[in-house]
Design a protein. Structure first.
Length: 315
């Protein structure tokens, strides 16, 4: 089947965006996702109500315009402009390089026993209360966050980009950003954030499982076993309270031969997460192994996404 010029332009743009993220990461100021977050927060201040319908309206008004922007971009006929816009969109929605840098930063703090620095840095990865965490729990939190965000920050946007082009890239990032902002359990967001959380669950249903399988494929990169990773994915992936995060964490647990899960504290809320894996609890050296594994998964996913974009049915 001949490859259309549109598909070729989008695929080359996606590849360029992946390389831009690998080299540049996220800018410290003026990131498009941060700008979207500020706009969503401003809209929330006007629409907020302690009810699900208010949250549905908020999601529609935040995600809808972003998706329409993607549709407008996708109608661009000029191949050079189409490829350029695809590259910019891909770079804007990916977060793999920044994720890896944050993981390495946590490793560096813990390798010199700087617990204060590591506790202060943990908020860049997750929302757990770090004030009472020791090195082992900080390492576990980091490995779990790297595992989960390998899907959210890399595999999922690439999947939706391969399926739906620029509209898929932009809409997914808007959905995932809203979930991070309002889709968590708290007195304020239990009802208002319901729509954002459920939509994010749906958007990540397939990508999280792809992440689990790619983790198994890449397990030998960190001296792990693909078979062990698949076994933990099948045995433990469904035990996590999230329908998606558990797939990523269980596969990482098997690939790294560690046990993830346990007690997590989020402010005044305590969660008891099921344990996943058969190995020991993660230690500080496992953080760098998790980062290497995440990078391998991300680059594998990028290659598959570029190929899928080339072969996508003409629109």
């Amino acid at each position: 089947m001949p490859i259309s010029s549109k598909n070729r332009a989008e695929a080359l743009g996606m590849l360029a965006g992946v390389l831009a993220d690998a080299v540049l990461g996220d800018p410290r100021r003026g990131h498009p996702v941060a700008l979207f977050g500020r706009a969503a927060a401003a809209l929330e201040s006007r629409l907020y109500g302690d009810a699900r319908p208010a949250g549905v309206v908020h999601v529609a008004l935040c995600v809808g315009p972003v998706a329409l922007l993607g549709v407008a971009v996708a109608r661009t006929r000029n191949p050079v402009l189409r490829g350029t816009l695809s590259a910019v969109a891909t770079w804007a929605v990916l977060g793999g390089t920044t994720l890896g840098r944050e993981g390495v930063a946590m490793a560096e703090f813990l390798e010199v026993d700087d617990l204060s620095g590591a506790r202060g840095r943990l908020s860049h990865l997750c929302g757990r209360d770090p004030s009472q965490l020791e090195a082992a729990e900080l390492a576990r939190a980091t490995v779990e966050s790297v595992a989960e965000n390998t899907s959210d920050a890399v595999v999922a946007p690439l999947f939706w980009g391969a399926v739906a082009g620029v509209p898929g890239l932009l809409a997914y990032r808007a959905i995932n950003t809203l979930d991070a902002m309002v889709g968590h359990h708290s007195a304020r967001y239990e009802r208002f954030g319901w729509a954002a959380a459920r939509l994010d669950d749906v958007a990540n249903l397939v990508p999280a499982r792809i992440t689990g399988l790619l983790t198994a494929v890449c397990a030998p990169v960190v001296g792990g076993s693909a078979g062990q990773s698949v076994r933990m994915l099948r045995r433990d992936g469904h035990r996590h309270p999230s329908p998606n995060s558990g797939r990523c964490e269980a596969a990482f647990a098997g690939a790294l031969d560690v046990t993830l899960g346990g007690v997590n504290v989020y402010g005044d809320r305590v969660e008891h997460r099921p344990e996943m894996g058969d190995g020991p609890k993660p230690s500080v050296p496992d953080i760098r192994r998790a980062v290497r594994l995440a990078r391998a998964v991300g680059f594998t996913a990028a290659g598959l996404a570029v190929l899928a974009t080339l072969l996508r049915r003409r629109r």
